[in-house]
Ligand binder design. Structure first.
Ligand code: ASP
Ligand code: CP
Length: 323
């Protein structure tokens, strides 16, 4: 965990282990602190469903700094802050900020932290959140660093599996699509190795799961297989996690065109799936899941997306010492 020098905790701050801390990688999480975050996220859901909002983070300000496009992560962090009574400085398009004038990431975060209490950062470079955290004294939350990690997505994915299937241990999780550039599958895999999960990684060979992520799975002793052919995967998957081919990471568009649409989940495929299973997708979807699947009760991706707000409410409250 990236340790900030925060000094002595004021007595009104809950010492939950997250207060004042950065959230950079899923490697900061273990079964104990995951249970804690999921418990708070569950309470946040109840709070939103009963009351809509609360004043837990009144007086706190979030700087939402996005160097890459986003709909869900950006707006759910904003909604999370607003529903807890806080305020947001939205820099959702750095093109209109002084980044365009050549301002560096370290200077940008040091500027924002002089106005805000917490910074959420999405950036195209792997390690950008670590760099930002090194310069900022206030907590930095990684909202995606290139093809590296997307830890808050992995938390909401894990929370969704628990909410939908009631457990993670004993499940077979199939990840399909762009496993090379998809940061969500990198983070989710590294998070789920803490549990008794069997992995099936399905992708074209050139988009296979990076070796460093496979090494984490190997090191954990969890069972896994790597395959190009999706045949036989759907029948016994408990979780089918579908991803978009990450067009923005390709330098050769002809190669992207060859890779896209290789795996499409449709009604015919779903007819072969277990009755109790879920289909997940971090979204945005392009063609990977046909719209006809949306009404299947096993299609969990819109519920998954909504869970993002509860997880982000829990994380903001935790790092600001109010959970
Ligand atoms: N929204 C997710 C991400 O930013 C997944 C995707 O874009 O395909 O990583
Ligand atoms: N899942 C996800 O990160 O979505 P956005 O890219 O829209 O934020």
């Amino acid at each position: 965990m990236q340790i900030k020098e925060i000094g002595k905790l004021p007595s009104d701050h809950a010492d939950n282990g997250f207060y004042g801390q950065d959230i950079i990688s899923v490697s900061q999480f273990n079964r104990g602190n995951l249970d804690y975050i999921f418990g708070v996220a569950h309470e946040m859901r109840v709070l939103v469903e009963r009351f809509g909002s609360a004043d837990l983070l009144q007086g706190k300000i979030l700087a939402n700094l996005f160097y890459e496009p986003s709909t869900r992560t950006s707006s759910s962090f904003m909604a999370a802050m607003l529903r807890l009574g806080g305020q947001v400085i939205p820099i959702n398009n750095v093109q209109y900020s002084s980044v365009t004038k050549g301002e560096s990431l370290p200077d940008t975060v040091r500027t924002l932290e002089s106005y805000a209490d917490v910074i959420v950062l999405r950036h195209p470079e792997v390690g950008a959140a670590t760099t930002a955290a090194r310069y900022a004294k206030k907590p930095v939350i990684n909202a995606g660093d290139g093809i590296g990690e997307h830890p808050t997505q992995a938390l909401l994915d894990h929370f969704t599996i628990l909410e939908e299937l009631g457990k993670v241990d004993g499940l077979k999780v199939a990840m399909v699509g762009d496993l090379k550039y998809g940061r969500t599958v990198h983070s989710l895999t590294k998070l789920l190795v803490n549990y008794d999960v069997e992995f099936v990684f399905v992708s074209p060979d050139i988009l296979r799961m990076p070796e460093d992520v496979l090494d984490v799975v190997r090191g954990s002793g969890r069972r896994f297989s790597v395959q190009e052919d999706a045949h036989g995967v759907i029948e016994d998957a408990d979780v089918l996690y579908v991803t978009r081919v990450q067009k923005e990471r390709f330098s050769d568009m002809a190669e992207y065109d060859r890779m896209k649409d290789q795996y499409v989940v449709d009604e015919e495929l779903m007819a072969r799936a277990k009755e109790r299973m879920i289909v997940m997708h971090p979204l945005p979807r392009v063609n990977e899941i046909s719209y006809a699947v949306d009404t299947d009760p096993r299609a969990a991706y819109f519920r998954q997306m909504r869970n993002g707000m509860y997880i982000r409410m829990a994380l903001l409250a935790a790092v600001l010492g109010k959970a």
